[in-house]
Design a protein. Structure first.
Length: 188
C-alpha cells in the first residue's frame, strides 16, 4: 500500500521534489511525521502529517504547514529533515541556487537559506507553527533568523544526527571540483 502520496502538491524542479521525511521521536504514540518538499513555484515547505486510523497510511488531509520559504532559483534547493537526540527538528537548506553564491546568502543570517535550522515541533513561539528553542545560537543576533543553528552552506542535501554523540553531519554539493561532508557546529 502507499504510505503517503503527495504527488498532487509536490513540485519537481531540477533539485526540488520530495526532499525528506522524518518520524517524530514519539511516532509510535503520536503518529506525527514531518515532510520536506518543494511546493508550487519553488517554495520549500516543511509540514506535519498524522498517520490515519490505518497505521500503514498517512492522512494526507492532516497536513499542517510549519514553515516555508520561496527559493530564488531551481537549484541548491536540496535539503533534509532529521530529528536530533535533543528531540529538535533540523532542516537543511541550500543557498538558493546558481554558482558562486550569486544571491549572497552563504553568510547572511537574515535569511533561512544556506543554513541548518533547528525548531521545536512540540511547542509554539508567538504566532509561529513551531517553537524556537531557547538555546539556538542566533537568538540575540540583530535581524538574524532565530531558527538558524549554523550557516554558510552551499547545498546541504543530506544531514544526519548521531544519536550517541549529538553530532550533525551534512553531505553537501561542492563548487566545480569537490563534494564535502561537514561536521556542523552550533553557531558556526
Amino acid at each position: 500500500s502507499v504510505f503517503l502520496d503527495l504527488s498532487d502538491v509536490v513540485a519537481t524542479a531540477s533539485e526540488g521534489g520530495l526532499l525528506g521525511l522524518a518520524f517524530h521521536p514519539q511516532y509510535t504514540t503520536n503518529g506525527r511525521l514531518y515532510v520536506y518538499y518543494t511546493h508550487g513555484n519553488l517554495i520549500s515547505r516543511v509540514s506535519e502529517f498524522l498517520v490515519s486510523g490505518d497505521p500503514d497510511v498517512v492522512d494526507s488531509d492532516s497536513e499542517r504547514v510549519l514553515w516555508e520559504v520561496p527559493q530564488p532559483a531551481a537549484n541548491h534547493n536540496g535539503g533534509q529533515v532529521s530529528f536530533g537526540p535533543d528531540g529538535m527538528l533540523y532542516i537543511g537548506l541550500g543557498d538558493g541556487g546558481a554558482a558562486n553564491d550569486r544571491f549572497n546568502n552563504g553568510q547572511n543570517p537574515t535569511t533561512w537559506l544556506a543554513a541548518i535550522l533547528r525548531i521545536d515541533v512540540d511547542e509554539r513561539t508567538d504566532a509561529l507553527a513551531y517553537g524556537i528553542p531557547p538555546d539556538n545560537p542566533f537568538l540575540d543576533t540583530p535581524n538574524a533568523r532565530p531558527e538558524t543553528w549554523a550557516l554558510g552552506f552551499r547545498n546541504p542535501w543530506r544531514l544526519t544526527c548521531d544519536e550517541k554523540t549529538g553530532h550533525i553531519w551534512v553531505g553537501e554539493n561542492g563548487q566545480d571540483l569537490w563534494e564535502s561532508a561537514k561536521l556542523v557546529e552550533k553557531g558556526a
